[in-house]
Design a protein around this ligand. Structure first.
Ligand code: ADP
Length: 496
């Protein structure tokens, strides 16, 4: 029998404790799936105000963790609880760092001291391991906030018994967030200039990049889909990191995120007006009718395709393409429901455009979990024209709901959506490649044409509903990678 692995997850947000995006979903669901596979997995994250106020049953276990920060040593607490899935979670407590209204910043921008906050968090996590009876075989770090950890293990903590030789896997959830800070603040990280601040190290065009630290100093790097793993090694998608990622390509893996079907399954979803499944699709029609009524769309459009979009309003998500083709879409006599929150300028632009045709287009601004489910079930087509998409979750949810995705063929969208082939009756959606309004419109037009042929459309929906992107499969891939990294680094005596 294989030895039970001990894995420590370091992440700056984890469902159900604190969330701003997909990272939290992954850092919540993956440990639970790993635990189901027999791994002893535990979490470390900051004790934010939302956690303190969230009634998670925290218990203090240390009050006097000594943590270096720049030239000082400051004291932190550690509190402990378990997730609903029974995964132990440790919280680094330090009010002046983490007891704030938000996780990373406010409407004016990032908090001015994020370098201090996440360098501190990285050191504190390592110091906590020293005091815990839990000795991980591997540390799994996520995104720039935990990038210092692999570097610290190769530098100042390298000789610490029981700690210095722990290998790291680093996961990039979105290359757009690079953890950039001024070079003169390097001492805050506790890393020496020599051996670290260079183009082979964490320097990125004269700045510190904590994301690059994670990429350079970890034993293996993963990202959240195979296609994105390839794309980020090219200038088009690499955001300046393509060189270092190419250099590390032998240890760069793409592992697709999973879906939590306990939350996203039309046969059990409590947010939607009628449940349905592959065996009995009748509820989907009711979901569409109710959604049209709820959003005030013209009932005369009931037999026409209803299009939806559920998205952060960010340049990444391709909303400029949607705005560009809005008039043509309306001319096709379809309905459209958009749910989004984020960039105010994008909000204003789509609200203005939609105001001209209230019976045909409805824009809902804000973050609304329940409405997201009702849209997912109620629309016929889900539009995802992203500029880039590390994995993307909404297209995978859409498949399960018999909602046909129209996606740009990039990243995880490219990996999960297969163009429908009318003759062979294979495929699960529609794809386009050039980031151009015409290409997007043409893909939608194809879908709208097929919608008239209800039998073919039903095959397309059922093809999508068959897909299984449960976390179990992804967790097995991570487990295999952990085992490879652990055995290779013990062979090498953990020197990279
Ligand atoms: P990203 O992490 O880049 O935002 P993903 O597709 O990976 O994109 O994940 C987006 C998640 O956020 C999905 O669960 C989606 O349903 C949800 N979501 C996005 N915008 C909203 C919104 N305005 N209201 C509710 N849920 C939203």
């Amino acid at each position: 029998m294989k030895k039970q692995l001990k894995i420590l997850f370091l992440a700056s947000e984890v469902v159900p404790f604190a969330k701003t995006g997909g990272l939290a979903d992954v850092a919540g669901a993956l440990p639970a799936a790993l635990k189901r596979l027999g791994t002893d997995v535990r979490l470390v994250l900051p004790l934010y105000r939302v956690v303190r106020e969230g009634r998670f049953g925290l218990n203090p276990i240390f009050r006097d963790l000594k943590v270096p920060l720049a030239e000082d040593e400051i004291v932190a607490g550690v509190q402990e609880t378990r997730t609903g899935d029974g995964v132990p979670a440790y919280f680094i407590e330090r009010e002046d760092m983490f007891d704030r209204p938000n996780l990373y910043g406010n409407s004016l921008g990032d908090y001015y001291d994020n370098l201090e906050r996440f360098s501190f968090f990285s050191h504190a996590a390592l110091r906590a391991i020293e005091k815990l009876s839990f000795k991980p075989d591997l540390i799994h770090c996520h995104d720039w906030q935990t990038g210092p950890v692999p570097a610290l293990l190769k530098g100042p903590y390298g000789g610490v018994p029981g700690l210095g030789k722990i290998p790291c896997v680093f996961t990039i959830h979105n290359l757009g967030y690079q953890g950039l800070f001024p070079a003169e603040k390097l001492s805050v990280t506790g890393l020496p200039r020599e051996g670290f601040f260079s183009s082979e190290g964490l320097e990125f065009w004269g700045k510190i990049s904590l994301l690059k630290a994670g990429i350079v100093y970890s034993e293996a790097i993963t990202t959240v889909s195979p296609a994105y793993a390839t794309e980020i090694q090219t200038p088009e998608y690499g955001m300046g990191m393509e060189g270092v990622l190419g250099y590390r390509s032998k240890v760069l893996y793409g592992i697709l995120n999973g879906v939590d079907y306990r939350l996203w399954d039309p046969s059990s979803d409590s947010h939607i007006p009628a449940n349905y499944s592959r065996q009995d699709m009748s509820g989907k029609r009711l979901c569409k009718e109710r959604l049209m009524r709820e959003t005030g769309l013209d009932p005369g459009l009931r037999e026409k395709p209803l299009l939806g979009m559920i998205s952060r309003l960010d340049l990444q998500k391709g909303l400029d393409l949607l705005l560009n083709i809005l008039d043509d879409l309306l001319a096709m006599n379809v309905g459209l429901v958009v749910l989004g929150s984020g960039d105010e300028r994008i909000q204003d632009a789509i609200q203005q455009a939609a105001a001209r045709s209230p019976g045909q287009v409805r824009i809902e601004i804000g973050f609304n979990e329940s409405l997201a489910h009702r849209i997912m079930a109620g629309v016929d087509l889900l539009l995802i024209p992203s500029r880039y998409e590390p994995c993307g979750l909404t297209q995978m949810y859409a498949l399960k709901y018999g909602t046909v995705p129209v996606v740009r063929a990039t990243g995880g969208l490219k990996d999960t959506i297969v163009q429908f082939d009318l003759k062979a009756r294979t495929g699960n959606g529609f794809k386009f490649l050039p980031y151009e309004p015409e290409a997007f419109l043409e893909a939608i037009a194809k879908a709208v044409r097929l919608f008239q042929y209800q039998e073919a459309w039903k095959t397309l929906m059922l093809n999508g509903m068959e897909a299984d992107y449960s976390w179990d499969r992804s967790a097995r891939s991570y487990l295999e990678l952990y085992r490879t990294v652990i055995s290779e680094s013990s062979l090498r005596g953990n020197r990279i």
